[in-house]
Design a protein around this ligand. Structure first.
Ligand SMILES: NC(=O)c1ccc[n+]([C@@H]2O[C@H](COP(=O)([O-])OP(=O)(O)OC[C@H]3O[C@@H](n4cnc5c(N)ncnc54)[C@H](O)[C@@H]3O)[C@@H](O)[C@H]2O)c1
Length: 343
């Protein structure tokens, strides 16, 4: 298969590209490469001639990017609340409108297979409960609202000639060559190593659905391969398990204790915005046969093996924290070109 991975230079995208290449597929990546192209270049050296990388912004869509493409995994865009809130207008153009335009282009060009990396954060704010794909959502915040618009726009386009699938991905954890340390488990791993201390805001009792990065990539591939009558026009929750934040801190602290490092757990006040929600992934398993393979504990173990854990400069590099990096890029850019934005 020849797959277009938008955002293929990102945290999930790189792992997806690696898995596709490993099984013999060809990959085209369209990405702004906000966080650099180094990891994708390394993958290109491993699989010469199999990756076609296009440095481009989805807002400047070019139909030629779909030439010869059999399926699309759409992962590009601003990928968390802080970056979306930093520039809500750019977020709307990238996450909502560009997703709709991409769907329209696929429909026009006869590319029926389409997987959208949406977010389980759509369930936030609904109160206690176990949410499934039928639950009416009331997204709040620029990021979730734009993701919901993208979902609805794609589902409106669905028909005989276009069969999009929405994956509501839980918060992702685990190692990727383009590392993110702004996701709860990964943040705890970094903080445990560099600060020997983890803070439990409000006691850390909040629930979050979580999933390993390799399972997310595998789920995208399962959907790209699945019979369209099973997955087309459908929404699926994607997670390994629901965890309480307090539990995650204990798993990270315990894993480091095994390496002889003592980590303190400290209570801290609740921040102004708290995310707390649970969901079920039953539909994904029943419909596609997908079962998540990597637990948080296993993923922490892999991270502690793969990451340069004695290299504090790597662990704290702003490039691995989306809002820190985007703010730095924006400020550097504005100093050179007043009133211009990197967003
Ligand atoms: N990581 C998670 O926990 C998580 C959870 C749920 C949903 N998601 C969604 O999955 C997708 C991938 O997330 P990620 O963790 O890999 O994020 P990431 O920030 O590492 O990757 C996003 C990639 O998209 C690129 N990009 C951003 N705007 C673009 C634009 N306008 N045009 C072209 N490229 C652009 C960036 O350069 C980056 O390489 C995102 O859509 C995110 O919202 C992520």
């Amino acid at each position: 298969m020849h797959v277009l991975v938008t955002g293929g230079g990102g945290y999930i995208g790189l792992e997806l590209c690696r898995q596709l290449l490993e099984r013999g597929d060809r990959v085209r990546v369209v990405d702004r490469f906000f966080f650099g192209a180094g990891p994708l270049e390394a993958l290109d050296r491993e699989y010469p001639g199999k990756i076609d990388a296009i440095t481009g912004d989805l807002r400047g869509w070019d139909d030629a990017w779909l030439d010869g493409i059999d399926g699309v995994s759409h992962l590009a865009g601003l990928s968390n609340d802080p970056t979306a809130e930093y520039n809500p207008d750019a977020n709307w153009q990238m996450n909502a409108i560009a997703t709709e335009r991409l769907g329209e282009a696929c429909k026009r060009r006869g590319v029926r297979r389409f997987v959208f990396g949406s977010s389980a954060s759509l369930y936030d704010g609904l109160g206690p409960g176990m949410f499934d794909e039928q639950t009416p959502v009331e997204p709040r915040g620029a990021y979730s609202i734009s993701k919901r618009y993208g979902e609805e726009a794609l589902l409106r386009l669905a028909g005989a000639d276009f069969a999009p699938t929405i994956l509501r991905q839980g918060t992702v954890y685990g190692y990727s060559p383009r590392m993110r340390f702004d996701l709860v488990v990964n943040t705890f791993v970094r903080d445990a190593i560099t600060r020997h201390k983890l803070f439990l805001h409000g006691g850390g009792w909040q629930w979050r659905p979580l999933v390993d990065v390799s399972d997310v990539a595998r789920a995208h591939i399962i959907v790209l391969d699945a019979p369209l009558d099973k997955v087309g026009g459908e929404i699926f929750n994607l997670m390994q398990e629901n965890y309480q934040v307090r539990q995650l801190a204990m798993l990270v602290a315990g894993s480091l204790l095994l390496l002889g490092r003592t980590i303190k757990l400290e209570d801290a006040p609740l921040p102004p915005i708290v995310r707390d929600y649970r969901m079920t992934n039953l539909k994904m398993t029943q419909r596609t046969g997908f079962t998540p393979a990597v637990t948080v504990l296993e993923s922490i173990d892999t991270m502690l093996k793969m990451l340069p854990i004695d290299d504090v400069a790597f662990l704290t590099n702003p490039r691995h924290n989306n809002i820190a990096w985007m703010t730095m890029l924006e400020e550097t850019h504005a100093a050179q070109r007043p009133f211009a934005s990197i967003y």
